[in-house]
Design a protein around this ligand. Structure first.
Ligand SMILES: [Zn+2]
Ligand SMILES: [Zn+2]
Length: 365
């Protein structure tokens, strides 16, 4: 099969790799029908995630079709369409039993395209498949559910829920990239008073307004803190969500939040940020951090199926899976291409091998 392989900082290629096989009885092999690229993949390519070994297939977000299952798999069979999420759950460790799949110590957590081969490939081995994937309802397209593999639950759990967004709240969302925009979308589920999106790019702020932001601030052109104080009678935001991952944006959140408010960090940070305790100690501010657990994925899936949530506007570009190299170029140049999420489309099932034949190929490989 073909896959997108990481070869060390700055190096990637679309190349031939051995077909994945069942290694544990709880595994499945899945044909990738749709996948996408994440900002985290770009971090890996910069060398920011040194535990990713050269030779690893990247990618942790996909929708696919089960082609083969291990002997212990009981809830899935070849032909099932599944959402393969960024987080894997062993289902048995203490963290998984508490719903903290992101912290799984039993071999799960964020493993795809990180500790094991990922999903930007024609096929992938999916460990702990019974407790880690989500069946996709027949009436939903791949693209309707693809962004549930990471950005939607990440923004919802680590931004909206950790931030305790409630009815009437003023929410400052710093960063209007895919995660910030997904925070806009999922914050709306709680009828906030005002959603304020802050970014340096007008095109992203426009998208934020389209998705439901009430106020947008280009903080390259105006003072975001000053404007927030005007909007809130001098108090600040009830909740500030950090959706960039650099020190300046975290520190901005600490200035935007009201006394007694909450700062929810979602961004992936590579450098230390300054915590201004000399100002914050007296302000009763709560700061949360986290990796997504994906425990809300079934709920988000239901909201999409019921027509209450639409993640399809995130798909700005589409490429055939075998043009993943070009897709990376487009995604990495988001400032010029206005890319939010690029969809990598596998060959249509009828043109490739049917599930039954594929199952045989998978077990022989
Ligand atoms: Zn991701
Ligand atoms: Zn676990």
């Amino acid at each position: 099969m073909k896959a997108l392989v990481y070869h060390g900082p700055g190096l990637r290629s679309w190349e031939e790799k051995p077909d994945p096989t069942i290694q544990e009885p709880t595994d499945a092999v899945v044909r990738i029908d749709s996948a996408t690229i994440c900002g985290t993949d770009l971090h890996i390519l910069k060398g920011d995630v040194p535990e990713v070994q050269p030779g690893t297939i990247l990618g942790h977000e996909a929708v696919g079709t089960v082609v083969e299952t291990g002997a212990a798999v009981t809830t899935l069979e070849p032909g099932d369409r599944v959402l393969v999420s960024c987080i894997t759950s062993c289902g048995r460790c203490a963290f998984c039993k508490e719903g903290h799949y992101g912290l799984c110590t039993g071999g799960g957590g964020w493993i795809f395209g990180h500790l094991i081969d990922g999903l930007q490939a024609e096929y992938a081995r999916v460990p702990f498949v019974d407790t880690s994937v989500y069946k996709v309802p027949d009436e939903l397209t791949d693209e309707q559910v693809l962004f549930l593999a990471d950005i939607l639950p990440t923004a919802y759990e680590v931004g909206v829920l950790n931030g305790g967004v409630g009815p009437g709240d003023t929410i400052a969302i710093v960063g209007a990239g895919p995660i910030g925009l997904a925070t806009v979308l999922t914050a709306k589920l709680y009828t906030p008073g005002k959603i304020v999106a802050i970014d340096l790019a007008d095109t992203r702020l426009e998208k934020a307004r389209e998705l439901g932001a009430d106020v947008t601030i280009n903080n390259g052109e105006e003072d975001a803190v000053e404007r927030m104080m005007e909007l809130t009678g001098g108090l600040g935001a009830d909740v500030a969500v950090e959706a960039v991952g650099v020190p300046a944006t975290f520190e901005l959140c600490a200035e935007l939040v009201r006394p007694g408010g909450r700062i929810a960090n979602v961004g992936v940070h590579g450098h230390p940020a300054t915590l201004h305790l000399e100002k914050l100690w007296i302000r009763d501010v709560t700061i949360t951090t986290g990796l997504v657990d994906t425990i809300t994925t079934p709920r988000l899936l239901k909201l999409i199926a019921e027509g209450r949530l639409d993640a399809t506007p995130f798909a700005t570009h589409r490429f055939p899976l075998d043009e993943t190299m070009a897709a990376y170029d487009t995604f990495a140049a988001a400032a010029e291409t206005d890319a939010l999420k690029v969809v990598l489309e596998g060959a249509p099932a009828e043109e490739s091998r049917g599930p039954k034949e594929v199952a045989l190929v998978g077990s022989d490989a």
